[in-house]
Design a protein around this ligand. Sequence first.
Ligand code: ADP
Length: 416
Amino acid sequence: MGGRIGVVGGGQLAWMLAAAARKLGIELHVQTPELSDPAARLATSVVRAPLADLEATRRLAQKATAISFENEWLDLAALAALEQEGVVFIPRLESLADLVCKRRQRQLLERLHLPSPRWFPLEQLLTPPPAAELEDSPLAGAEEPAGEAAEPELLLPPQLPQGFDFPLMAKAVRGGYDGRGTRVIRSQAELEALIEAVDPSLWLLEEFVAFEQELALVACRDHLGAVQCYPLVETHQHDQVCDWVLAPAAAAQAVEARARNVAASLLAALDYVGVLSIEFFYGRTGLLINELAPRTHNSGHYTIEACRTSQFAQQVRIVSGQPLGDNSMTLSGALMVNLLGFETSTAAYARQRQALETLPAAHLHWYGKRLARPGRKLGHITLELKASGAAERAREAALRLAEVRAIWPLPPARTP
Ligand code: ADP
């Protein structure tokens, strides 16, 4: 087929993109800090540099017709200079502007009237209430302290905005992944401790959603505006890290249709080109959007074995300027189980890997990371499911999950 693309990032997503590119006969060059990073093993070449090294991205661009990213925590202002020099980014930087920060994502969803948990910026709690509201407070009439009044300070115990109550979910607006950067805030004391511990301008608080299910959808749009969605899947988290994914989800047709509409609205509104993933909460109040990821996603790993064109092949096709491939499923279902680190030595996992390899109708993907720690994603395994109905599929998935768990335990919980 031919073609040359670049990826900023060298983790497991870039590794699976590189595997898909090889199959399609497309060169895939990566920018990543270490030659031992997963994608360095499969990439056509490696620009060895930190992800934020702009000069390195410029060198990467010389090898490729278009560049894509492995994660969304980007410095768009810096990258804009490269775009002006003619570097092609897919998705375009303009499409990414509302996605590179959780606060901007929430504002985007509000603008588009798409449902998401109610939220407010943490720094809102530091803004002193209007004078009228201070009348009854012990500080009423107190002199303003003279001198430098630069840092916003907590004058009164922070008051939650109307309609909010504990527990709340606190989130860092950038850089979080796998639950790093999210904290449950259960009380006034925990709220005050959070304000002391973090930069409030970089955090938001949102209602704690009593969801029944977490769902996810991987969608994609090509240069011509053609849109495709993979099936809606159910995701399950352990300690805020994805633990397993069941495809397709046991969701009503109306719910799946709603999720697809949300995806189509977002892709069109952002004039987005590439793969985009959406995480949902589902419960009594219907679908709420938790998070958007402008890239391939853990919830779509099962597509490697279960779909004619995987999410990775689809992204490679789009970035190299080809039309979308057929994304229909070739299996009646699949269960993807993440292999989360449960101890720190990578050597200790050899026995478990061998045992996993003997499971029937199962496909093991080992990322080859040099360092392991509890909760880190070290690999995943996808199990083919045969059942056709939702209830039967759930039973089959539970049995297959038990097979994996008998070999590979979950890490101990981080949070009490
Ligand atoms: P990350 O960016 O680290 O993946 P997420 O925002 O996806 O963080 O949150 C990780 C997990 O934490 C979610 O999958 C969900 O299980 C839980 N979670 C996140 N936000 C909320 C919320 N508002 N209410 C309840 N649970 C939440």
